[in-house]
Design a protein around this ligand. Structure first.
Ligand SMILES: Cc1cc2nc3c(=O)[nH]c(=O)nc-3n(C[C@H](O)[C@H](O)[C@H](O)COP(=O)(O)OP(=O)(O)OC[C@H]3O[C@@H](n4cnc5c(N)ncnc54)[C@H](O)[C@@H]3O)c2cc1C
Length: 419
């Protein structure tokens, strides 16, 4: 049995023969160059085998380094160590008066692990977290350290890299001046009202999350910047403001949530749903997510509503979020604004896996791209249709890692770079 343990959800035991914690860059380079098969482990929050290997697993938490900041006119670039979590980064940025454009529902994840899979938050004007990346330092499988910047032709292909290109030792993130946010949860939004005012609801604030069990809309989380015009605090498209903190998962402890009830707070204490230091979400769960071009959002919602009786028995909560387009090859928002359709499942993997093909078939007419870090059953052929730049990414993998050291079963199923 491997000593590498399991992923966060506990549905995967990593199969690595050895786990390493290099303390210097030179030690890491030697390790990578000498390894037959090697992967980096971030914070283990993916629900599939994307980070798994049969060879050497590298954890970067002993490779300590400072965050280096390059200040610009109205923000700048932060160079972040390859093993750092958002929770460790955001406090220091905020203390210096800076902010990232957006965060995911949890700050517990590593910056590199999150941006490697196209992780996102919400907000029609906000891109994926990957779209804030403006530099990568990578140890390739030959042990060489290379730096990629947006001026390099490979850059747009290398940001959402699925762990396939090498070990990212530092990542550059764009930041901006700090801002404050208030979160209000609304109850009682109807499907009719959402579908009639879809764009107005989605764009009503900096970040909007619509929660559903697919029979009805259960909650809407509205996160407004205090320096921007806010939705009416009492009435939100006919929904009423909650008067007590509200969890999206029935019966889960509200202590784990960031503050609600319209209380203003710094960006990093409001944009995630879950607080550092607490178990995010439920803990006992699986997740899947699909992205459709925003113009197909209403039709895709209709297709999933027609499967509500199939989905609801396995579901803890569904969440709808919008994400702005980017040009990163494997980003779920590559080339188009998207609606993200998220599922927090009960921890019954066989039943979830049996249902996913039905969901994927229902979303196929709308081009439903799966989240790289969650459970999906989409075939390699379909992935290539959904992610049109995947063939170019395959070539990039072959160029940067010609000996296939970062290859694993996940990449063989999805990217299929090596025959
Ligand atoms: C409770 C919960 C809530 C979530 N909420 C959201 C959400 O709001 N939005 C969303 O989009 N996703 C969400 N996710 C999914 C999560 O953001 C992704 O799965 C993310 O990729 C996890 O990051 P990680 O650091 O745990 O990466 P890991 O799972 O550890 O690794 C992911 C990949 O990155 C690679 N990698 C990691 N570090 C490096 C490095 N330094 N160099 C090279 N490769 C590296 C790994 O090899 C692997 O291929 C959630 C997950 C959980 C468990």
């Amino acid at each position: 049995m491997s000593g590498a343990g399991t992923n966060w959800a506990g549905n995967l035991r990593y199969g690595a023969a050895r786990v390493h914690r290099p303390e210097t860059l030179a030690e890491l380079q030697e390790l990578v160059a000498g390894a037959d098969r090697v992967k980096v482990l971030g914070s283990r929050h993916c629900f599939n085998d994307i980070a798994d290997t049969t060879g050497d697993l590298v954890v970067l938490d002993a490779l300590r380094a400072e965050v280096d900041v390059e200040r610009g006119e109205d923000g700048g670039l932060a160079w972040v160590p390859g093993g750092m979590r958002y929770s460790e980064l955001v406090v220091g940025l905020a203390e210096h008066g800076y902010a990232l454009a957006n965060l995911a529902s949890l700050p517990h994840i590593t910056v590199v692990g999150a941006t490697a899979t196209g992780t996102h938050g919400s907000g029609g004007r906000n891109g994926t977290l990957s779209s804030s990346v403006a530099g990568l330092e990578i140890v390739r499988s030959d042990g060489e350290l290379v730096t990629l910047t947006p001026d390099d032709s490979d850059f747009a292909g290398a940001v959402v890299h699925l762990g396939a290109l090498g070990v990212v030792t530092r990542i550059g993130l764009r930041f901006q001046p700090t801002f404050d946010v208030r979160t209000t949860v609304y109850l009682g939004l109807t499907w009719d009202r959402l579908l009639a005012d879809f764009d107005a609801v989605s764009d009503a604030a900096y970040s909007v999350s619509v929660f559903t069990d697919w029979h009805r809309i259960t909650q809407v989380w509205v996160k407004s910047r205090t320096d921007e015009h806010a939705a009416s605090p009492e009435d939100f498209f006919g929904a009423r403001a909650a008067t007590a903190p509200t969890h999206m998962l029935e019966g889960a402890p509200v202590e784990s949530l960031t503050e609600q009830l319209g209380a203003p707070g710094a960006w990093h204490e409001r944009l995630p749903h879950f607080r550092t230091g607490f178990t995010p979400s439920r803990g006992e769960e699986l997740q899947s997510e699909y992205f459709v071009p925003r113009r197909h959002g209403r039709a895709a919602v209709g297709a999933l509503r027609s499967l509500a009786d199939r989905i609801a028995p396995l579901l803890q909560a569904g969440e709808l979020r919008t994400v702005a387009a980017d040009d990163l090859w494997l980003s779920p928002a590559q080339g188009t604004d998207v609606l993200a359709l998220h599922f927090t499942w009960l921890p019954d993997e066989p039943a979830v896996r049996a249902l996913l093909p039905e969901i994927e078939a229902a979303l196929a007419p709308y081009g439903g791209r799966p989240h790289w870090g969650k459970l999906f059953t989409t075939s390699a052929g379909d992935l290539e249709r959904l992610y049109p730049r995947l063939p170019e990414f395959r070539e990039l993998v072959r160029r940067l890692d010609p000996r296939g050291a970062f290859r694993n079963d996940y990449l063989d199923r999805t990217v299929a770079a090596f025959g």
